[in-house]
Design a binder for this molecule. Structure first.
Ligand code: PMP
Length: 436
């Protein structure tokens, strides 16, 4: 295949100048592998972008999309709808934790995060607590790129260029303690008390001004930060104590990544609102969703002061192709018991990833379910350069990894076998050895 002109596509979250000097173009994908423009097989250690949980090119899903495209390409869900939107919401509700049984559709993780924040604010106002407008996020959090998401998110470069963000936002400290919890296997021991910072924010602002706290159960995009033992439980009980909503952003941790349908199930902590995307359609059609508790939904239905209970939505909320893909995806997950797959593979995964402890430049390793984070010592004066070099070297050796800062983040499709894990680890080891 010939390389197309590279002049016009402004690539997202990419060093465009460097990419265009040495492009990496993927042209097809099947199961655990991509094929690149030169016909090379590239093992996928990132499930695309934390999203192709059932592996690539699943016939059941692509056939469902093709069939639906031929039947009905699009139908609005404002003031009318189509049966698949209800059917998929019902099926999703069947796997949601607790009483999170009402589903609002979006098109991405960013839209899910912003939708969740808006529902939280509108809920407080609708039930007569209009002063509860403050939102609390966390340092080193990623909630997508909308203005809500970057405001509660905690990544400096995602925030610093974009002027005034949402007002009335505070951040809890992140949960990573590189000294006490270095090279933790699974859930780290120390740091549950970091949740208590919420008490300080309540003392400062008063609970009557705080609408919601939003966290990722495991922060992925900032380098795999696994919450300390008991942390999420503590956050839940503090939110209950102060009548503050708890939102989980499960865009990464949803759909089997940790060995349960959702992180909420894995940790045994149920939020009031839960954000999803990515694995919801196995990434075959862009889609996201927000699940809310029956209590929140019923409050809108019983007390909203206008016929439209929530002034929010997207043209493509519940797109027919996405719903068809989502229904087929849930079937694949169930038929192959994929939500359980991370449990089966996790012990081998953990030992394999931690075997890189003695590889050059490695200063920390973290893991949970089928996620792994390998933190590298930054080059003096050149943060991210080392990880980018490892990324390039791995790609040349036929392995797709993800790097964020100087951290390698791994999140393979859940269908992987032990031999794939061995290949991932050995390729990363070889790349690290070659890296100056
Ligand atoms: N929330 C979390 C936790 C994410 O990891 C991501 C994407 N990695 C998003 C939101 C944003 O999703 P999207 O890129 O689909 O907008």
């Amino acid at each position: 295949m010939t390389t197309p002109t590279l002049d016009n596509f402004w690539m997202p979250f990419t060093p465009n100048r460097a990419f265009k000097a040495k492009p990496k173009l993927l042209t097809s994908a099947k199961d655990m592998h991509y094929t690149d423009v030169d016909g090379r097989q590239i093992l996928d250690a990132t499930a695309g972008l934390w999203c192709v949980n059932a592996g690539h090119g699943r016939a059941k899903i692509t056939e469902a999309i093709q069939k639906q495209a031929a039947i009905m390409d699009f139908a609005p869900t404002f003031n009318m709808a189509h049966p698949l939107a209800f059917e998929f919401a019902h099926k999703l509700a069947g796997i949601m934790p607790g009483d999170l049984k009402k589903i609002f559709y979006t098109n991405s993780g960013s839209e899910s995060a912003d939708t969740a924040l808006k529902i939280a604010l509108a809920y407080q106002r609708t039930r007569g607590h209009a002063s509860k407008t403050r939102l609390i996020g966390r340092e080193r959090a990623y909630h997508g790129t909308g203005f809500g998401g970057i405001s509660v998110g905690g990544i400096v470069r995602n925030r610093m260029y974009f002027g005034s963000l949402l007002t009335g936002v505070d951040h809890l400290p992140h949960t990573h303690d590189p000294e006490l919890n270095a090279f933790s296997k699974g859930i780290p021991e120390h740091g549950a008390d970091l949740a208590d910072t919420l008490e300080r924010l309540v003392a400062l602002h008063d609970a009557s001004t705080i609408a919601a706290v939003i966290v990722e159960p495991v922060a992925g995009s900032t380098g795999v930060l696994v919450p300390p033992k008991g942390y999420l439980q503590r956050l839940r009980s503090l939110c209950d104590k102060h009548d503050i909503l708890l939102i989980f952003d499960e865009v990464i941790t949803g759909f089997g990544r940790l060995g349960a349908a959702f992180g909420a199930d894995y940790f045994g902590v149920t939020p009031d609102i839960l954000c999803m995307a990515k694995g919801i359609t196995n990434a075959c059609v862009p889609m996201g969703a927000v699940a809310v508790s029956n209590r929140i939904y019923d409050t809108f239905m019983q007390t909203a002061d206008a016929p439209i209970e929530l002034f929010h939505g997207y043209t493509y909320s519940g797109h027919p192709l996405a719903c068809a893909a989502g229904i087929a995806t849930l079937e694949v997950y169930a038929e192959e018991d994929l939500f359980n797959r991370a449990n089966t593979m996790a012990p081998y995964w953990q030992e394999a990833v931690h075997a890189l402890r003695d590889a050059p430049h490695v200063i920390d390793i973290r893991n949970l379910g089928l996620i792994g984070g390998i933190e590298l010592e930054s080059r003096p004066g050149a943060p991210t350069a080392r990880a980018l070099e490892v990324f390039d070297r791995c790609f040349d050796k036929g392995l797709l990894i993800r790097v964020t800062g100087d951290i390698i983040a791994l999140s393979p499709p859940l269908i992987l076998e032990k031999a794939h894990i061995d290949q991932m680890v050995e390729t990363i080891r070889a790349a690290l050895k070659e890296t100056a």
